[in-house]
Design a protein around this ligand. Structure first.
Ligand code: NDP
Length: 278
């Protein structure tokens, strides 16, 4: 995937919600992020709200030594996103992340502060060199229409997208593509792991091989999300073994019969649904 200014972002990135919450897993989580970067997973997604800054701090331990390898994303909470608050909270995120710029800064979800004020703040951060791009998250079709009426500069919309949550397929994903706004799929593995226990994922996994052996449910769930163009998927893991598995999902191309079998269980939307959020 290419951003508007030509920066390359791999279709598979890394989520970090809840990373950094436990000192016990800190080392393994840092190692996971390094392994992901080694494998070319450029996008690292964090947010000021994750662990009240603990996720950003952990990501910062990685950024301190290899900032140039990552496409670094963080998010601001809507109640902080006034003009002044956006400047202040972005600087606080940068400090925790041990870097002097973000590749992408997102408004985490729609709040009550006027959109034009947050957009103005984002543009100021951009012109000051603190962020390279800005975007939104959890914006439904109507919210996106408001954004594009105000500016052509929104780079992405990060939304829930996985086998169980595919409402965005009805309208939102195609609208984003039409406006050349990238989609980022959060919770691509279904957030809590239960999706990966579904028998259909396990059955389909048996039909595919990877260089490391038979495919897994997680790889099938990720390959399914990655079949979409114009999209980056950001699975989270605190396990090196899972990181290695996830990396190999990019090479799995699901056949039309596998896709049909998945559609039969996780039906595509037939009508507009409100945007689902976690
Ligand atoms: P995911 O859908 O990525 O699922 C994470 C779960 O899957 C964890 O329990 C993890 O456990 C497990 N897992 C990961 N890889 C494997 C594997 N190969 N085999 C088995 N289990 C696996 O959940 P998230 O909700 O965290 O979503 C990903 C990211 O998206 C977030 O971390 C965050 O950055 C972003 N996000 C953004 C939101 C927004 O509002 N903008 C909302 C939700 C998420 P383990 O650690 O043991 O591998």
């Amino acid at each position: 995937m290419k951003t508007r200014d030509g920066a390359r972002v791999a279709p598979l990135g890394m989520g970090t919600w809840s990373l950094g919450d436990s000192k016990v897993t800190h080392k393994e989580e840092v190692t996971c992020l390094h392994e992901g970067l080694d494998a070319g997973l450029t996008m690292i997604d964090t947010a000021e709200i994750y662990g009240n800054g603990r996720s950003e701090t952990l990501v910062g331990d990685v950024m301190a030594v290899r900032r140039q390898d990552a496409f670094l994303v963080s998010k601001i909470m809507p109640n902080h996103a006034t003009f002044e608050g956006t400047q202040r909270h972005c600087r606080a995120s940068l400090e925790r992340l041990k870097t002097d710029y973000l590749d992408l800064y997102l408004l985490h979800w729609r709040g009550h502060i006027p959109l034009h004020e947050t957009i103005e703040a984002m543009e100021k951060l951009k012109s000051d060199g603190l962020i390279r791009h800005w975007g939104v998250s959890n914006f439904d079709v109507e919210d996106m229409e408001e954004v594009v009426a105000l500016t052509p500069h929104c780079a992405c919309n990060q939304v829930l997208y996985n086998l169980r949550n595919r409402g965005t397929e009805f309208e939102l994903l195609s609208k984003l593509e039409a406006h050349r706004i990238k989609a980022v799929a959060c919770s691509p593995l279904g957030h809590d792991g239960s999706l990966l226990q579904h028998p259909i994922c396990q059955t389909i996994a048996q039909e595919y091989q990877t260089p490391a052996g038979p495919a897994t449910s997680a790889q099938i769930a990720l390959a399914w999300v990655l079949r979409q163009e114009n999209l980056v998927a950001i699975p989270r893991t605190s396990s090196r073994e899972h990181m290695r598995e996830n990396v190999l999902a990019s090479d799995i191309h699901l056949s039309s019969s596998s896709l049909a079998a998945l559609d039969a269980v996780f039906a595509p939307p037939k009508q507009k649904r409100s945007l689902e959020m976690i």
